[in-house]
Design a protein around this ligand. Sequence first.
Ligand code: CA2
Length: 150
Amino acid sequence: MSDTVLILNGPNLNLLGTREPDIYGAETLADIEAAAAAHGGGLGLDVDFRQSNAEGELVEWIQGAQGTAAAIVINAGAYTHTSVAILDALLAVELPVLEVHLSNIYQRDEFRHHSYISKAATGVICGLGSQGYLLALDAIAARLNNDKKA
Ligand code: CA2
């Protein structure tokens, strides 16, 4: 049976490919979903890819991952810099969490330099565009394979 990785995307990421391509790239979220599903498939991972503009919905999806997913990849969008609720949900689930950002948040506005959710993250990838999602899947596959050997 394959392991499922829940990939969560926060507010405004549904707009990818329509605006600000200089910051976020030209790909749409559907393009990233397709690439993640294909890459995950090659690693023996099923990908459950979701986006919401609502903080509470993201919290509910994180809570629901316990027992149904092997790991979480999250680009929480602007909630990265504001949401204690998402941090608490990630801390509550006992799963590997990979935090991903398309842009290099440290090259941008000062308020983007702090992430509430990094405290709950196993690892953080930023500035590599959509490749960050695929690298997160690589890291999860390596980790799950190690756990299976142990
Ligand atoms: O770099 C990232 O992935 C971010 O998480 C993206 C968030 C931003 O608030 C974070 O600081 C960094 C914003 C996502 C908004 O995406 C848009 C895409 C196209 C057009 C407008 C917004």
